[in-house]
Ligand binder design. Structure first.
Ligand SMILES: [Zn+2]
Length: 232
C-alpha cells in the first residue's frame, strides 16, 4: 500500500531547498507525496506571485509530487492562530497522510518559517480531534509521524535521522533550478548542496538530508537498526 506524505512549506521554494530529495526518493518508491504551500511568496523582492506559483508547479512536476496552495494572509503575514491551524488541519483530513514534514521550529532568516512549523504541529493535533466544530464535515485523521526539515539553517543540532540521497542529487538540482527568480539573489543551491555533502560525509555517503523528529522514533526492536550511522 502507498504511504501518503504531506510536506508543508511556508513559501513556494522552501520544500525544494529543504527536503526535496527525500520526497523524490519516496515518489520513486511508489509513495504518494503532496506539497502544501502556505503563501505565494508575495513579499519577495524578485519574482511576482504568479511567477513563483508557476515555478513551484514546475518543481512539483519535476519531483513527481502533487502541489496545493493555501491562502492565509500572504508572505510575511503567517500567524500562529487557530484559523490558520484549522485550515492546515482541514488539508490533513482531506489527504490523510501517514507522514507530515514541516520546517524546523528554530527561528531563522524568515519569520514565516517558525510560524509555519508551529502551525503544522498544531494542525496535526487538531486533525485528530473528533469534536472540533470547524472540521466536523471531514472524518478525523491521526497522522503517524511528524518530522521537521531545515530550510536553510546549517548549524542546527544533529538530526534525529539522516537519509542518504546520493542518487537524487541531479533531480534535486533540477527541482531547485525551477525557482529561477530566487536564484538571482543568493547562492542557495551551493548552500544546500554543501550542507547535504557535509552531512553525507558523516555517514559515509556523498549526500544526505537530515530530519528532526517531533516525537520519539519507535522501533519494535533495537536490531531493526540495520544501517550503520557511524562513519568515524
Ligand atoms: Zn521560506
Amino acid at each position: 500500500m502507498k504511504t501518503k506524505i504531506l510536506a508543508v512549506g511556508p513559501h513556494p521554494d522552501d520544500i525544494e531547498f529543504g527536503c526535496a530529495p527525500v520526497l523524490i526518493q519516496e515518489v520513486r518508491n511508489g509513495n504518494q507525496v503532496r506539497i502544501l504551500v502556505l503563501t505565494q511568496g508575495e513579499a519577495s523582492t524578485s519574482g511576482a506571485p504568479e511567477e513563483r506559483i508557476e515555478e513551484a508547479r514546475a518543481a512539483a512536476k519535476a519531483m513527481g509530487t502533487e502541489i496545493e496552495f493555501l491562502e492565509m494572509g500572504g508572505d510575511c503575514h503567517l500567524r500562529q492562530d487557530i484559523q490558520s491551524a484549522v485550515a492546515i488541519a482541514r488539508e490533513i483530513r482531506r489527504f490523510e497522510p501517514e507522514i507530515v514534514l514541516a520546517p524546523h521550529p528554530d527561528e531563522n532568516q524568515h519569520p514565516d518559517h517558525v510560524v509555519a512549523s508551529k502551525l503544522v504541529r498544531d494542525a496535526t493535533r487538531l486533525a485528530r480531534y473528533g469534536g472540533l466544530t470547524e472540521l466536523r464535515d471531514l472524518p478525523r485523521h491521526a497522522i503517524g509521524h511528524l518530522y521537521f526539515y531545515s530550510i536553510t539553517q546549517t548549524f542546527l543540532p544533529t538530526p534525529d535521522i539522516v537519509i542518504d540521497v546520493s542518487s537524487i542529487e541531479s533531480q534535486w538540482e533540477q527541482a531547485i533550478a525551477c525557482h529561477q527568480s530566487q536564484m538571482k539573489t543568493k547562492a542557495y543551491l551551493r548552500l544546500v548542496q554543501t550542507r547535504a555533502r557535509a552531512l553525507g560525509a558523516t555517514i559515509g555517503v556523498s549526500s544526505a538530508v537530515g530530519l528532526w523528529a517531533n516525537d520519539p522514533i519507535r522501533l519494535s526492536r533495537l536490531s531493526d537498526l540495520t544501517l550503520s550511522s557511524r562513519n568515524y
